[in-house]
Write a protein that binds this ligand. Structure first.
Ligand SMILES: *Cc1c(COP(=O)(O)O)cnc(C)c1O
Length: 415
């Protein structure tokens, strides 16, 4: 059994430990919610000041050119690309994950309909997917008004059979937001292709959390979030990936002027630009977008392999310690023990999960809660230490042993 001293010793040997100094975290907080909102890179404050005071204040409208504002979605996309196995010119950072899903799904439906089996009208996804993914697929299906529908499967085992001769698109999230279950992207993509379907992958809980190789998996389209593991800031623009092989055929209904071949020609007819730019729609929130770079800069100092090795070590340790030290309490592990099926979070159920999480937060251990009864703990190797894991489990044990939680705790709008 490990001790706190062992954890401190592991931190001393950890090559990623110095990167914690790149983040500003309040004293006395053990932050286990980087899967929902990443911590603030220290550099973000100066970058925000620079964008607001210099680029906006002094540069004014000239900054669209002189500060590189107009090119920023592409430039940031190229910086992000290596983290997900994408190539330069295949990613833009823009809009929200929900909006990018809409574009990717529309493009996928279009691509599939022009392929072999054009009678296909079903978008397959999981009932346990993040709701906005399902809602966007439902919204697109209804608006297309061409007989499309969304088919929800109840477990990962049912996906293969659900991708049948009616399936146009398989839309999955790489790592489940609630359970931390990770799909085999390459195998599911290969299966979808063998059945004649196109794939859309949501990397919201994968990008910056686990190694992703979109090209090796031969995926078709992908989207993801920058405000979670990539530490881009609250509401930071998301990303969309369109591999070069699909760019010429990529067409999406949000045909705004940023996706035009010559936006400043101000022509009355839409003509999509060549390349990834056709995934853009309109003017971006520059202050927020600029901060995405501060998160990506930290990733440039390490590798996803090093991050993955530490992530698995942190989540293994957390599972072991909770099971040893809180053994007398009704906690149920929801996250897979098998490494290949695990993202970078650990979820436990507890009958009073919401109340226990509120007590943890009050004592500085910040995780979050998702229905039903799930306490979620995200592990972010860039700024979480092994000693943090030890301390978090000790605080959890103390709360459970003392029953120091209020089962009638009132709920905020965000849990
Ligand atoms: C976080 C998350 C989103 C968020 O979408 P927004 O448009 O940024 O609100 C979408 N899908 C998944 C799977 C997520 O985890």
């Amino acid at each position: 059994m490990s001790t706190r001293q062992d954890c401190v010793a592991r931190d001393a040997r950890d090559a990623l430990a110095p990167l914690r100094g790149r983040f500003d975290l309040p004293q006395g907080v053990i932050y286990l919610d980087g899967n929902s909102l990443g911590a603030r890179p220290i550099a973000a404050l100066d970058r925000a000041r620079q964008v607001i005071a210099d680029e906006w204040g002094t540069g004014l409208i000239r900054s669209w050119n002189t500060a590189g504002w107009f090119d920023m979605p592409r430039r940031l996309g190229d910086l992000l690309a290596p983290l997900v196995g994408a190539r330069p010119g295949e990613v833009v950072v823009t809009d929200t994950t929900s909006l990018n899903l809409f574009k990717a799904l529309a493009a996928a439906v279009h691509l599939q309909a022009h392929g072999a089996g054009s009678a296909r009208r079903v978008i397959v996804t999981e009932r346990s997917n993040f709701p906005t993914d399902i809602y966007m697929a439902q919204g697109l299906s209804a608006w297309l008004d061409r007989g499309y529908s969304v088919r929800l499967v109840d477990s990962a085992d049912e996906i293969a059979a659900a991708v049948d001769a009616d399936c146009a698109v398989l839309m999955l999230t790489g790592v489940n937001y609630r359970t931390g279950y990770q799909h085999d992207m390459a195998a599911l993509t290969a299966h979808a292709h063998a059945q004649g379907a196109v794939t859309v992958w949501d990397l919201a809980h994968s990008a910056g959390a686990v190694p992703v190789d979109l090209h090796a998996a031969e995926a078709d389209f992908a989207v993801g979030c920058t405000y979670k593991y990539l530490n881009g800031g609250p509401g930071a623009p998301a990303f969309i990936w369109v591999p070069e092989r699909h760019q010429a055929a990529f067409t999406q209904p949000l045909s705004g002027w940023w996706g035009h071949a010559a936006p400043f020609a101000m022509a009355p007819d839409f003509a999509p630009c060549s390349g990834i730019g056709r995934a853009l729609c309109g003017t971006q929130p520059m202050v927020s977008l600029a901060l995405v770079e501060c998160g990506l800069e930290v990733f440039a100092e390490t590798t996803m392999e090093a991050i993955r090795a530490k992530s698995l070590a942190l989540t293994d340790l957390f599972i072991d310690l909770v099971e040893q030290r809180c053994a007398s309490h009704p906690l149920g592990l929801v996250t897979p023990r098998e490494h290949a099926s695990r993202g970078s979070q650990v979820s436990f159920t507890h009958p009073h999960g919401y109340a226990v999480m509120q007590a943890l937060i009050a004592r500085g251990v910040i995780g979050d809660y998702r229905e039903p009864a799930i306490m979620r703990f995200g592990f972010t190797p860039l700024y979480t230490s092994f000693a943090d894991v030890w301390d978090a489990v000790e605080i959890l044990r103390d709360i459970l042993d003392q029953r120091a939680y209020d089962v009638n705790a009132s709920r905020g709008a965000v849990t």
